[in-house]
Design a protein around this ligand. Structure first.
Ligand code: NDP
Length: 433
């Protein structure tokens, strides 16, 4: 904390991980201490912070700040998304990069941990302004990334449009047509099922977690927060698997649809029109729109937070438990505060942490990298089948790791342990670097 002040989200992520690894750390204390293993683990290998000047539609120069944190490359090239949101700062990028190390390890694929982004807000900007920003951002970022060194992807605010502009600029400056970004369009090296992967993967893992505990997803009522990439495809897959999703939200309000969310309407509002959820009522007159927060006060069996960090607080956890919710799986990164997580676990809720539950996105990004290396494209069904397999494996790995250390059912600890073991093994094998 003294070395990295004013990074509360990063400290929260480190605390959560290290606390849950206490038993593993104590069992190896002398070696870890001698090798400064934990000190190396929490210090990024490299971090870049840079100026991003661009010209808006009025001819005015705007200046944003860009970041890329290359956290850990023990098991593969750095991999992790680019977040474009006004709240972005170094501490947020570091928390996301730190989480990414363990998540990527859990996928079983050869990818290290990294994250980047900018405080630029794509909302309300014209396509030309977004392109001007993305080109300026990539003009600097392209010096540090490459298909075998660091492969960024999308995240909040970075979708197919932004990835396209960035890929074009990378190619133009570096003169390389390579898989340097994932989440690309299908016409230029993207993977089928990448758009759906995080949301679908969340449901595959949730379904498996319920199965392991003698429960099932079909027929259950689900509350989802967010209405972006993760939330939309989580909603779609939940419905395909027979559950009823009754809520979705954005940063200004939320909708309740007792008959089940109309995904096609949400997709049109968010993906096509880039509009607000206030529009939903036009498609579904019987639904309700509420300003502000409130999704977690709705009665449900399963809660899937899919918006952003620290969106499910202690009071929300209490409301969920009081309303009979029995499972929470995190589609977003660190959406549940530490106190809320502890409350849910203490009350017997099945709780799947983001680094396991939302790993389907990065896993499918790694599959996109494989396809780019092979110069081949796999079918939707092939990618989806691999994704399902990966999520089921992650679910069992986190459950097994928890059990091995006497914490059966504590999937937060299990996911951290399983991810940590592989990274530490690789770090130890590679010497003091
Ligand atoms: P999007 O930008 O597509 O959607 C984000 C959604 O969350 C929007 O509905 C947005 O509302 C809402 N939101 C964002 N910030 C806030 C806030 N401060 N308060 C309330 N609501 C907010 O992002 P994604 O769906 O891609 O990402 C969602 C989460 O999932 C993030 O935590 C991300 O890191 C994580 N994630 C994403 C992956 C991916 O493949 N996309 C992979 C793994 C994790 P509004 O439209 O009003 O901004």
């Amino acid at each position: 904390v003294a070395q990295n002040p004013a990074e509360p989200e990063f400290h929260q992520a480190v605390k959560e991980v290290l606390e849950s690894l206490r038993t593993v750390i104590e069992a190896n204390e002398d070696k870890f201490r001698k090798d400064a293993l934990l000190e190396r683990l929490v210090n990024p290998e490299r971090q870049f912070k840079f100026r991003v000047p661009w010209v808006d539609d009025k001819g005015q120069v705007q200046v944003n700040t860009g970041y890329r944190v290359q956290f850990n490359s023990a098991i593969g090239p750095y991999k992790g998304g680019l977040r474009l949101h006004p709240s972005v700062n170094l501490g947020i990028i570091k928390f996301l990069g730190f989480e990414q190390i363990f998540k990527n390890s859990l996928t079983g694929l050869p990818i290290g941990g990294g994250k980047g982004g900018s405080d630029f807000d794509p909302k309300g900007k014209s396509d030309r302004e977004v392109m001007a920003f993305c080109q300026s951002f990539m003009t600097e970022l392209c010096k540090y990334i490459g298909a075998d060194t660091d492969v960024p992807a999308g995240d909040i605010g970075t979708g197919a449009r932004e990835i396209g502009f960035m890929f074009g600029q990378y190619k133009r400056i570096r003169g390389l047509y390579e898989g340097v970004l994932t989440g690309k369009g299908l016409s230029y090296g993207g993977s089928l099922a990448r758009t759906e992967a995080t949301g679908y993967g969340l449901l595959y893992l949730t379904q498996e977690m319920l199965k392991m505990n003698g429960k099932e997803l079909a027929g259950k009522t689900v509350c989802i927060s967010g209405s972006g990439n993760v939330a939309i495809y989580a909603c779609q897959k939940a419905q395909q698997l027979g559950a009823k999703v009754v809520t979705m939200s954005d940063s200004t309000g939320w909708v309740y649809d007792a008959e089940g969310i109309d995904v096609a309407a949400i997709k049109e509002i968010k993906e096509v029109n880039r509009a607000r959820l206030t529009e939903y009522k036009k498609y579904r007159p019987n639904s309700e729109y509420h300003e502000g927060r409130g999704v977690w006060n709705v009665k449900c069996d399963i809660a899937l937070p899919c918006a952003t960090q620290n969106e499910l607080l202690l009071d929300d956890a209490k409301a969920l438990v009081a309303n009979g919710c029995f499972a929470v799986a995190e589609g977003a990164n660190m959406p549940t505060t530490i106190e809320a997580t502890e409350y849910l676990q203490a009350n017997g809720i099945l709780f799947a942490p983001g680094k396991a539950a939302n790993a389907g996105g990065v896993a499918t990004s790694a599959l996109e990298m494989s396809q780019n290396s092979e110069r081949l494209s796999w079918t939707f069904e092939e990618v989806d089948a691999k994704l399902q397999n990966i999520m089921v494996n992650i679910c069992h790995n986190m459950a097994d790791a928890a059990e091995r250390y006497g914490m059966a059912g504590n999937y937060v600890a299990g996911a951290n342990i399983a991810g940590f073991e592989k990274v530490v093994d690789a770090m130890n094998a590679q010497g003091i670097v």
